[in-house]
Design a binder for this molecule. Sequence first.
Ligand SMILES: [Zn+2]
Length: 415
Amino acid sequence: MRSGPMQLLSMVLLFLMAAALAGVLVYTVRAGPLLVSGYGNAAPGGGGNDGLKNDIEQKVRLAEAMQAAQNKATQKKDANVTKSETKPETKAEIKYSRGGYDVTPLSESRINELAKKLTPEERDIILAKGTERAFCGNLTDNKKEGVYTCRLCALPLFASDSKFHSGTGWPSFFQPFDKDHIAYHKDTAYGMERIEILCSRCTAHLGHVFEDGPAPTGLRYCVNSASLEFSEDKDGKHNLPAASLPIKTSVAYFAGGCFWGTEDLFQSVPGVINVESGYMGGHVAKPTYKQVCYTDTGHAETVRITYDPSRVEYKALLKQFFRFHDPTTLNRQGPDVGTQYRSAIFAADEAQLADAKAFIEEQSKREKYQKRKIVTQLALAAKDGDAAGFWVAEDYHQDYHEKNGGHCAIPNDDD
Ligand SMILES: [Zn+2]
């Protein structure tokens, strides 16, 4: 039997599959033994098939979180050496949770300031990683509906719908309020290997997580009452203080040529939470990329930016927009020609409209825009659902550069 190219190819494929499988196994094994039994005597929990997927996902996440926590500790050490506290914030340093909370790690000085309100017992648990005596915390038997927030920084950590009676003497939950609100750290104190849980924003010590919880996660987050504050629901709704609410976000719309590049560039701006590629300012509802390219739908390739106005002002986004594209070429950006590549600002409200108008007027006076005039269109954004409103582009356009590599060149700063 002759070994032809097809046979060679299938051997290579077989090898690659085996390698991939081995990789998965190594990863699973690595994630597996992180959770071990520790204090408490909760009955082994349900889990079952329904909970299995969540359980594994959770474990992998724990492993990743542990690694991230270690990396962060190393980075923090390095940062202390270079005194980076005076550095302006970068995108990587600002973090938002899935639920829209600002979970950027607090500085040591801010933590110290917050810690002034703690009692000596609370300090011992929250800052010095102590454990309150079983059955002594005030929230162990709390059966009211509501949200448990961080005693130190007020971030929501657990909710009553995931609290269960573990019989261990500490408040127990089978999942956090938001996965991004809890940090995990390997704890080898007292000759045991346990997973410590901390508030991901202020690093307050909360307790530990074990693998003997009920379905659907099979996990038991064992938490000190002293690390928590309870906010009771009102009329069936969460009733959280201002400090425990998600951030208020704003949106902005910019058309600056091919949306792949505009999306990619705005993603890197600190304070920008999300950027989506889409079509705007046309006269056909639900446009497709093909329609926009080959028929006269009137849409411009536009990005919708969701941002945190407490971190980045609309005026700063306008400035970036002019950095990221050429506002002087009519219906064109570089090699891309056509009205879909026009330069346009769709203001989300009257305040943005006024800001954008003032910004364009101010820019127009500059030397660099005397010969080549600014041609950027300015209009109020139409409502979602209107033909002229924002239509999210097909999935393959989202995060195009992130998925396919390559970046657009950023023009040099000229001021
Ligand atoms: Zn906290």
